[in-house]
Structures are given as structure tokens and as C-alpha cells.
Write a protein that binds this ligand. Structure first.
Ligand SMILES: *Cc1c(COP(=O)(O)O)cnc(C)c1O
Length: 391
């Protein structure tokens, strides 16, 4: 048969996280007792008042197209939120609501990267970034990091990676998969390199609300006009409001970039779902007290997991400051992460995501967005698995 598939689709790597998840789900469906650490979404339900607002909008007949960049109410609510909480002044017209933060990131890459442009991505990275870059015909340039730097890059590393072809730097703090968080000073030091070199920053701040131990999340664009002018801020509703299935995220950008993205979106997805946007307005303007309970729960699980992992022979783990993942180093166990995760699933029925998915051959990602019972049982099994291999 004739090959109809485009080059841009052929360069894609299928999502490894989804593959592990699919196998674990199939085993579960077959009645096996699987402990899953693969979850990339909160295990809490969407707060009730948010659901109610969407249901009310649906009942009132909010079932038609909205403006492509989102309803005026939601864009205004987002602009106000960014001013109030993040210290960044955007007009509603600079805010674009998309079908998830992932779609927002995709739009930024598509609106700014020409074929042949280079995009700098620190590893371990969120696995969709390099794929989006490749789809745009641009080239991912990976900066590796290690446990020793808490998976953070230095301004010197960033400077060394920049070439005349560099268009974009993708920064994700707090990070999926590492949980690392840049301080304000660290972010500004990276931002200054980008200002000097004329590099745009995609600042993915989707985990802004999930930070621990009194740490502070900081938005790069709030650091002053030079920073603001080179930054696109991406946030969303999936992580802070447990709205992953609603498919709603947003970005705020300097006007020419926002305009370009609006044009792209208007010809691809049109608008994000109408009544879901009404729920999002309620999310931003309603009570935020669910977060306190969620953070308390994540804090407890993270502490437990951190302590258990570091007690396992051959395993060491940097503590995360944000998001809901830990990324233990398993290089001393003597198996590459992919092999480790395959054997672990077969032998102990524990699902983890191997580091290769995120650009590291020394780590695996464990999500603590699951029950304490699951975490306890899973860690018992991981410990048994590793002890059998300890020399
Ligand atoms: C979850 C996530 C997103 C966005 O998720 P959506 O459900 O598309 O809003 C963006 N970036 C990172 C790093 C994430 O983990």
C-alpha cells in the first residue's frame, strides 16, 4: 500500500507513559493486583462548585461556539488571576484559552518555531516537549542535569547551549517529572541569558499551586519588563483543580505572539468547550480551600515515599519541591530503567514510568497522586525487587 503518512508524524515517539499505563490497566482489568505509580493526574475529584457551574451553563444553553481564544469572561478572569496571584499584568486580549495546557504549549511552539530552529529543553523533561518541537520541524537541544543539581540547569549551561538558531527555551518549574523548583534568583539568572541572547521562554507553570515545605513558586514574567517581553506563561486547570478531563489550559503572551496563536487555534480547534469554560471561571473565582487538603495529603505521601525509597539498597532519591512526582536514581540496581520497569511489572505487578521516556537512563518516575495504601504496598514490592538484585 502507498505510504500516506507525513514525515512530521513519522518522527514522533509514541508516548511511553501511556504504554506502561495501558499494560498496567490491562493487567488490572484481567483481575491482577497491580500497584500503579504512573498517574499523571491528581487522584482527587473536581471540586463540586466547579462542576455545578458547568452544569448550570449547559442547562442555560451555553452549547454553542465561543470566540476562538475563549469566552471574554474566562479570559478576563485569567488576566485578573495572573495579576493577583502571579504579579503579571496581562490584558484579557493577551490570554488564550486552549484545550489543555498541553495544547497551549503546542500552540506556542507552532506559533514561534520555524523549521530548523533550535529549542532548548533541560532533561529529565516532560515527554511531550521534544515531540511538539519535532512536529514543528524544529530541533530539540537537550541539556542533561543530574541529582547533584536537583535536576536544575545553570545559566552557564544555558548559555553554552544557545546558538544563532536558538528560538525557544522551555522551562517547567515546578517540574514534571523531577519535582524540582527554581528559586526566583535562579529563574532570573536564566531569564537574563535569554534576554541577552534574544531567546523566547515558554514558562510552563502548570504545577504552580503544588509546592511544598514553604517553597515559593515564581513566575518569570513577573520579574520586570525585559523578562515579560521574552516570556510566554502557560498554566491550566488540570493540576490545581483536578480537571484533566475537561481539557482546558491557557497561556498569556506578548501581543504579537498571542495574535499568532489565536490565528492558529481559530483554524484548528476553534474554541475550547463552551460549558467547560464556565466551570473554569468558577474555579478561578470560587473558594480555593480544596488545595489546602490536597497539599496536606500530597505532603504526607511524598514524605513517606521519599523515606522508603532512600532506604532501598541501590536507590537514592532527591526530594521534590513541587508537583506530585519523585524521580529516584536506580542506576546502582544494575538495570536500565526500561528493563527495570518491565521486570518490575512482570515480577511484582508494579507500574512505574522508565526514565528513558524523559531523557534519562538512570531514573524512574513515581507519581504519588494515588492512595497511601497503594503507595505502601507498591514500595514494599519495589523494595523486595531491588533487594533480590542487590549485590
Ligand atoms: C499535566 C501537564 C501539562 C498540561 O496538562 P493539560 O491536562 O493538557 O492541561 C502541561 N505541562 C506539564 C509539565 C504537565 O505535567
Amino acid at each position: 500500500m502507498k505510504d500516506f503518512v507525513a514525515e512530521r508524524a513519522k518522527v514522533l515517539t509514541p508516548s511511553l507513559t501511556l504504554a506502561v499505563d495501558a499494560k498496567a490497566k490491562a493487567m488490572k482489568a484481567a483481575g491482577e493486583d497491580v500497584c500503579g505509580f504512573g498517574a499523571g493526574e491528581p487522584d482527587f475529584d473536581t471540586p463540586q462548585h466547579i462542576k455545578d457551574a458547568a452544569v448550570a451553563a449547559l442547562a442555560k444553553g451555553m452549547t454553542k461556539y465561543t470566540p476562538s481564544s475563549g469566552t471574554p469572561e474566562l479570559r478576563q478572569a485569567i488576566a485578573e488571576k495572573l495579576g493577583r496571584e502571579n504579579g503579571i499584568q496581562y490584558k484579557a486580549g493577551q490570554v488564550i484559552v486552549s484545550c489543555g495546557g498541553k495544547h497551549s504549549c503546542f500552540n506556542v511552539v507552532f506559533a514561534t518555531c520555524n523549521p530548523g530552529d533550535e529549542v532548548i529543553i533541560p532533561a529529565p523533561y516532560w515527554l511531550s516537549y521534544p515531540e511538539m518541537v519535532k512536529m514543528a520541524g524544529a530541533k530539540p537541544v537537550i541539556i542533561p542535569t543530574s541529582d547533584a543539581s536537583e535536576f536544575k540547569i545553570t545559566p552557564e549551561q544555558l548559555r553554552a547551549a544557545i546558538t544563532p538558531r536558538t528560538k525557544l527555551f522551555i522551562l517547567n518549574s515546578p517540574s514534571n517529572p523531577t519535582g524540582s523548583l527554581y528559586t526566583r534568583a535562579e529563574l532570573e539568572a536564566l531569564g537574563r541569558v535569554c534576554i541577552e541572547k534574544g531567546v523566547l521562554v515558554l514558562s510552563d507553570e502548570i504545577y504552580e499551586k503544588l509546592v511544598y515545605d514553604g517553597a515559593q513558586h515564581h513566575s518569570l514574567a513577573s520579574s520586570g519588563k525585559e523578562f515579560y517581553d521574552i516570556t510566554v506563561t502557560v498554566i491550566g486547570f488540570s493540576k490545581a483543580y483536578s480537571m484533566t478531563g475537561w481539557r482546558l489550559g491557557y497561556l498569556a503572551a506578548p501581543e504579537p505572539i498571542a495574535k499568532a496563536i489565536d490565528a492558529i487555534q481559530s483554524h484548528s480547534t476553534s474554541n475550547p468547550t463552551s460549558f467547560a469554560q464556565a466551570g473554569a471561571v468558577a474555579a478561578l473565582q470560587g473558594p480555593q480551600d480544596h488545595l489546602k487538603a490536597w497539599l496536606a495529603e500530597y505532603t504526607k505521601r511524598r514524605a513517606y515515599m521519599f523515606q522508603r525509597l532512600n532506604a532501598i539498597p541501590g536507590v537514592s532519591c532527591v526530594n521534590a519541591k513541587g508537583a506530585f512526582y519523585l524521580m529516584p536514581n536506580i542506576s546502582k540496581v544494575g538495570l536500565a530503567p526500561m528493563e527495570f520497569s518491565k521486570q518490575l511489572l512482570d515480577e511484582e505487578k508494579v507500574a512505574v514510568v522508565p526514565g528513558e521516556a524523559f531523557g534519562t537512563d538512570k531514573h524512574m518516575r513515581l507519581s504519588y497522586a494515588s492512595s497511601m495504601a497503594n503507595i505502601e504496598k507498591g514500595l514494599d514490592r519495589i523494595e523486595r525487587f531491588c533487594r533480590k538484585r542487590a549485590r
